[in-house]
Ligand binder design. Structure first.
Ligand SMILES: Cc1ncc(COP(=O)(O)O)c(C=O)c1O
Length: 487
């Protein structure tokens, strides 16, 4: 029996896959009927002019999927038990199922489908000022490995479901102590819920508190990770301006008549401008939120890194009315792929948020939580932060100095007193796209601040992450950028 099979030796799909797909289609469309004998691998290989191994691989796949069956001594046949409804159906005429009927999306799905989320897809360039990466090559890997193996070789309970979705109790205790020491956050360990980074904390809180149409005030410019979480839950967004002392509270109170349910702020180090919310404004914000009955999300994502100034206590520690939901993360303190963050919530929300966490992903990985307990309790976290503060401070000074040297009056630097990035305003006639393009041509990757604005997007503002670079790379990168965009 001859079998007409179309093969394209120039196609990117391997030949055995093409044979498999052609035979499968022939069976499903009835061209090869149930029980029909098909050629031997040798015969088909010969008639198609391809190797027998190629045909054998295709046959084995069809045999393992049940399209074919063999009878010892008599050959290979199309399986007799293929269900009729599978055969000749319209959908199988296209192997790639292009004709799938449209899916009815949820409210969330529909918003997501209509929203372009600019998660960062970075070109692979030698020097990247991408924001958000800590310096991973300084991480004490040996120590981490030692702690990991300590817990791997001890009892095996970390392999099982843990008993508490809210997090490993010793870790909650260690975080409560750390936060009280370093951020003046006041809480009992059971008010802490361990999450998969800040992002999950934002997601859980939003799902719990926000119904479609509810208003959320947020900083302008601000953190897209929060904005898109709010947006996809159907929230109405009310941007509030930021100046050198952080969120402008006067502008916020203009919104008092609208039904604001939440306020999202990054008071320790406003993202992305780097402003620190002044103490008077913190107090004003708390008083106003209490009066209006509005909850505040305090995102304290990189407050560990402050240079030369004493930290201002977190909003949570200043609040006496249970208005603050505090979010922290180890993404910047340690490394982002750890995916461990935490929420500190008023007692009356603990149970609900724990249930929400359980429904979302059961719990965060136990082994890493155990390792973190030792990392915190044995003092490694704080000594690592001290060391990194010195390291980042040096890089920051070099970046500021190099920017000033090359751009002089044409640069304004914002938010240099904290964190692991700067915001930079460049005076130039070039568009942001042109700057990014010219920088890329000399091997430098830049991030425009435009996506961080909800409304009027200014030109010439860039975010410079520096933690992942060496001093030499910073100097080289800024030097190349200056030459590339000279007008
Ligand atoms: C404002 C802000 N919050 C939180 C995070 C960290 O998010 P995660 O803990 O999910 O890594 C970032 C990181 O870029 C951030 O910029």
């Amino acid at each position: 029996m001859d079998l007409a099979i179309r093969l394209d030796s120039d196609a990117p799909v391997p030949l055995h896959r093409q044979v498999y797909e052609e035979l499968r289609r022939a069976i499903l469309t009835g061209r090869l009927s149930k029980g029909k004998r098909i050629p031997s691998t040798r015969a088909l290989a010969k008639s198609l002019g391809i190797s027998r191994t190629t045909v054998t691989v295709a046959y084995e796949q069809l045999l393992s999927e049940g399209y074919l069956e063999t009878t010892v001594g008599s050959g290979t046949f199309v399986c007799c038990q293929l269900p009729d409804e599978l055969l000749n159906s319209a959908a199988i005429n296209s192997f790639h199922k292009e004709s799938h009927p449209p899916v009815q999306l949820s409210n969330y799905g529909a918003i997501l489908a209509n929203t372009e989320i600019p998660y960062y897809q970075e070109p692979n360039l030698p020097i990247s000022f991408r924001y958000g990466q800590p310096s991973i090559d300084q991480f004490p890997l040996k120590l981490w490995r030692k702690l990991l193996s300590r817990h791997c070789s001890a009892n095996l309970d970390w392999l099982n479901y843990p008993t508490d979705a809210g997090g490993y109790q010793p870790l909650r205790e260690a975080i409560a102590c750390y936060l009280s020491r370093s951020r003046a956050v006041q809480c009992e360990p059971d008010q802490i819920i361990i999450t998969s980074g800040s992002q999950q904390a934002l997601d859980l809180v939003t799902r719990l508190l926000i119904a479609p149409g509810d208003g959320i005030a947020l900083e302008e410019p601000g953190y897209p990770g929060a904005r898109y979480t709010f947006l996809t839950q159907g929230a109405k967004l009310y941007p509030v301006a930021v100046d050198e002392s952080g969120l402008v509270i006067e502008k916020l109170t203009n919104y008092s008549k609208k039904s604001l349910k939440l306020i999202y702020v990054t008071p320790s180090h406003q993202f992305p401008t780097g402003a620190v919310l002044s103490l008077p404004r913190r107090l004003e914000l708390l008083v106003w939120a209490k009066k209006m009955g509005i909850m505040i999300i305090e995102d304290d994502y990189d407050s560990e890194y402050r240079y030369g100034e004493r930290p201002i206590p977190g909003l949570q520690g200043l609040d006496h009315s249970n208005s603050v939901l505090y979010i922290g993360t180890f993404s910047k303190m340690l490394f982002p792929s750890l995916r461990i963050g935490y929420l500190v919530v008023p007692q009356h929300l603990v149970s609900l948020l724990t249930r929400a966490k359980w429904l979302t992903d059961r719990h965060s990985p136990l082994l890493e939580q155990k390792v973190l307990v030792d990392f915190l309790n044995e003092g490694h976290l704080e000594s690592y932060i001290r060391r990194m503060r010195t390291h980042y401070n040096q890089l920051r000074q070099i970046l500021v100095q190099t920017l000033k040297t090359y751009f002089d009056q044409r640069v304004t630097i914002l938010g240099e007193k904290a964190g692991i990035h700067l915001m930079v305003r460049l005076k130039t006639k070039l568009s942001d796209e042109e700057i990014i393009h010219r920088a890329a041509e000399v091997g430098v990757s830049m991030v425009t601040a435009q996506p961080y604005y909800l409304k009027n997007k200014p030109k010439g503002e860039f975010i410079f992450g520096y933690a992942q670079l060496s001093s030499a790379q910073i100097q080289e990168g800024i030097g190349k950028l200056a030459l590339a965009i000279v007008e």
